[in-house]
Design a protein around this ligand. Structure first.
Ligand SMILES: NC(=O)c1ccc[n+]([C@@H]2O[C@H](COP(=O)([O-])OP(=O)(O)OC[C@H]3O[C@@H](n4cnc5c(N)ncnc54)[C@H](OP(=O)(O)O)[C@@H]3O)[C@@H](O)[C@H]2O)c1
Length: 341
């Protein structure tokens, strides 16, 4: 029997900060799945900073969303009807097809997830793309070593709170976090960051000099802009930075200038600044899953989520994420999990 789904379409490409009018919630009818297809009910969907890039045209690593079409993004769901033996009814799956409550998908477009006693939303956060980003960025890209002093910007977010804690768990000499509110700073201290500051409290360079007077060996950059410039000043000789994202510039309408003094700092301190994308590091997934699941189960890793309820709240959740309305991973719960069949 055909089913009616609700889905978010991109209504317009924003100039600067996106607004609710840039999105439209529509109803669509889906036919029954055909051979090789599955009908998936989404349990929870992710909203992520990189989605801001998908709202604009132009060269990017993720294809732009089309105006008037459904948007895409990570989600976890249950198969409620199947015409594919590989993905039977009741299977828990990860898909890139959310911003909707139901979808008919080719079985090849979903990845089966094992049943777990951990919340299904962890597949979108700490045990999913953001967690793997933190793991690959810190351990492979920045070549973190025991005893390193580490700075993480965007430290109270999904990737940042994971990266900072991973550094602590692997023997960092210090883990400094930067975040956007006193509550976030207090939380970072609670979960084991050795120092933390609110970047609204002054020049980042001065705040960092107070928090890490002896400098840092590794910078995990989620923010770019002023944070990157300050981190380059604080990095010691042979310091390394993993450039993960630059959210301070995601709503910019002109290209953002680079750090001042870039070449002189790079050369005199022999720095290594490396940009990376998590998609190039999926070979680490088995090792990452085993290690991080272990830290969660032992209680060594604190996992926090900001959970919004219902598909209607997906756009407000996304807009809030860009303004810092989340601590830990921002997810939108869409339906209760009935469990496996
Ligand atoms: N390279 C990759 O493969 C990859 C993969 C995933 C994510 N990323 C990047 O990693 C970063 C973090 O992503 P996430 O999913 O973990 O998001 P998140 O940190 O959970 O959420 C975004 C956070 O950005 C902060 N922010 C917003 N505007 C800012 C500004 N002007 N200056 C400083 N901070 C600002 C806000 O926190 P405050 O309250 O602290 O401002 C907000 O909570 C993003 O840059 C994202 O694009 C990269």
């Amino acid at each position: 029997m055909p089913v009616t789904a609700r889905e978010w379409h991109l209504a317009a490409r924003p100039h600067g900060e996106p607004a609710p009018e840039d999105f439209r919630l529509v109803e669509v009818e889906h036919p029954d799945p055909t051979e090789g297809q599955v009908l998936v009910r989404m349990l929870a969907m992710s909203v992520d900073p990189y989605m801001r890039g998908r709202m604009r045209l132009g060269p990017s690593y993720a294809a732009p969303w089309e105006v008037g079409e459904v948007m895409q993004g990570g989600a976890v769901g249950r198969v409620v009807a199947s015409r594919s033996p590989a993905v039977p009814e009741g299977a828990l799956v990860l898909t890139d097809a959310a911003w909707r409550d139901l979808a008919v998908l080719d079985a090849g477009a979903v990845r089966r997830l094992p049943e777990s006693d951990l919340p299904v939303t962890y597949s979108l956060g700490i045990l999913g793309m953001p967690g793997l980003t933190a793991y690959a960025g810190l351990f492979r890209v920045a070549a973190f070593r025991e005893g390193d002093a580490v700075l993480v910007s965007g430290a109270a977010g999904a990737v940042g709170s994971a990266a900072g804690q991973f550094a602590r768990l692997r023997g960092a000499s210090a883990v400094v976090g930067s975040a956007g509110s006193p509550e976030k700073v207090a939380w970072l201290r609670e979960i084991g960051f050795t120092a933390a500051f609110d970047y609204h409290d002054g020049r980042v360079r001065d705040l960092l000099a107070q928090a890490a007077p002896d400098g840092i060996d590794v910078y995990f950059d989620n923010v770019g802009g002023e944070h990157l410039e300050a981190a380059m000043a604080a990095l010691r000789v042979h310091g390394r930075a993993a450039l993960c994202g630059s959210i301070s510039g995601y709503n910019a309408t002109e290209p953002v200038p680079g750090p001042r003094g870039f070449s002189a700092l790079m050369v005199s301190k022999r720095l290594a600044l490396t940009g990376f994308l998590v998609g190039d590091h999926t070979d680490l997934r088995p090792e990452f899953t085993e290690t991080v699941s272990g830290w969660i189960r032992s209680g060594d890793l604190v996992v926090r989520e900001t959970v919004r309820e219902g598909l209607e709240d997906a756009v407000p959740a996304f807009l809030d994420l860009l303004r810092g309305g989340n601590t830990g991973k921002m997810v939108v719960r869409l339906a209760p999990d009935p469990g496996s069949a």
